[in-house]
Design a protein around this ligand. Structure first.
Ligand SMILES: Cc1cc2nc3c(=O)[nH]c(=O)nc-3n(C[C@H](O)[C@H](O)[C@H](O)COP(=O)(O)OP(=O)(O)OC[C@H]3O[C@@H](n4cnc5c(N)ncnc54)[C@H](O)[C@@H]3O)c2cc1C
Length: 355
């Protein structure tokens, strides 16, 4: 792994696959591609470890983590586990378990993202991915109608295929002028990290809706808690707000905000490029599996690229299959979220899925 200015540069194709972004989507794409024998370079704009929201991981990530070869490292990190969460969504609070099989109850993870993402990047590097942290893609290189690489402050990087895993708002969709499709009005989320003791939250996370929005609260470690609050559209968002159960706890860092309005890039793959994770589509955190979707889309894009590389399918067909998978999944998620929100007195919009 190298930091800042570095090796990738100059050659005709420095890599088969160039991945932009070292979050779950980028690492999943890089690991899957390198496992299939492709030469992979990954550029991450920031220095690691770096913070990111989105710690609550659905148990469905476990088979993906096993396939990526990081399950043991994630288990060894000792993240908090939970068998479900408390939900009060326009009705009385009830415990919703993830489910169980012969080996016992399924358990979600409360993965501190700085550690989780650093662990994925380290695994990618160990597997043979050329990782450059502190190196941001700034310009897109196009050659003969194909995306052929990116420009960075330390020179150009050329590749047969570029995977944009830069998170919201996405690098390639903006640079290629693709535009976005919106499925909801802008939705503001605020989130924060606290220190202290909140016995009621030590048992399991909680999701509570009220007249003005909904709140997610969880414990991320001994004496450490996190919250996310999404306000109904049109409300003025108060700045010093804290969930009731967390009054009296100390802020570890200033609260932050994010636009979590439901949206997608109007196109997610084309000649020489794929867009994965949040760069491809964002749904608000009530959908509860942004990280799962990021891992899955990264793996599927890399799978499509590797099939093209061995001539099993044309690039056009592989890209069309990926776009279709993403559209179907997004359509399903938008519908499910729309039904969830329809049980509240708000929002005043009807969710139309991707066409
Ligand atoms: C408040 C909030 C709470 C959430 N809670 C949950 C949750 O509990 N569970 C869940 O599953 N999901 C949650 N999510 C969603 C989750 O955070 C995202 O779905 C997930 O992080 C997407 O992963 P990604 O790899 O696509 O992007 P990211 O994790 O955003 O990673 C993108 C990476 O790309 C890098 N990058 C950006 N631009 C460039 C560039 N030009 N060149 C190189 N690198 C670049 C960034 O530095 C970053 O490291 C939440 C989101 C929010 C806003």
């Amino acid at each position: 792994m190298s930091d800042g200015a570095g090796a990738a540069g100059n050659g005709a194709d420095d890599a088969d696959v160039l991945v932009l972004g070292g979050g779950p989507a980028g690492c999943a794409a890089a690991l899957t591609a390198v496992q299939r024998g492709l030469r992979v370079t990954l550029l991450e704009a920031e220095h690691l470890p770096r913070d990111r929201p989105g710690e609550t991981l659905h148990p469905g990530v476990e088979p993906l983590l096993r396939e990526l070869g990081v399950a043991e490292a994630v288990a060894a990190a000792g993240f908090e586990r939970h068998e479900g969460h408390w939900v009060a969504w326009g009705d009385t609070p009830r415990f919703v378990a993830f489910g169980a099989d012969d080996s016992g109850p399924w358990r979600g993870l409360q993965a501190r993202r700085a550690e989780f993402d650093a662990l994925l990047v380290a695994r990618a590097s160990a597997a043979g991915v050329q990782v450059h942290t502190g190196r941001r893609a700034r310009a897109v290189l196009v050659d003969g109608g194909r995306v052929a690489g990116v420009g960075t402050d330390d020179g150009d990087v050329h590749a047969r295929t570029v995977v944009d895993a830069t998170g919201a708002p996405g690098f390639l969709p903006r640079r290629l002028g693709l535009g976005q499709v919106r499925f909801s009005p802008p939705l503001v989320a605020r989130y924060g990290y606290l220190q202290g003791r909140c016995a009621v939250r030590d048992e399991a996370p909680s999701l509570v809706a009220d007249a003005d929005g909904w709140t997610w609260t969880a414990r991320t470690g001994p004496g450490l808690y996190t919250w996310t609050r999404v306000w109904r559209p049109g409300l003025r968002v108060p700045h010093d707000w804290l969930p009731g159960e967390f009054q009296g706890l100390r802020r570890r860092v200033p609260d932050r905000g994010a636009d979590v309005g439901w949206r997608s890039a109007s196109r997610a793959a084309g000649p020489g490029w794929y867009v994965v994770g949040d760069a491809a589509a964002v749904l608000d955190p009530a959908s509860s599996h942004g990280v799962l979707r990021a891992l899955m889309s990264g793996m599927l894009a890399a799978h499509a690229i590797s099939r093209t590389a061995v001539g099993a399918v044309t690039e056009e067909r592989a890209a069309a299959a990926y776009r279709s998978w993403l559209r179907d999944w997004l359509g399903h998620d938008v519908q499910a979220l729309g039904e969830l929100y329809a049980r509240l007195p708000w929002p005043p919009w009807s969710a139309a899925g991707p066409g």
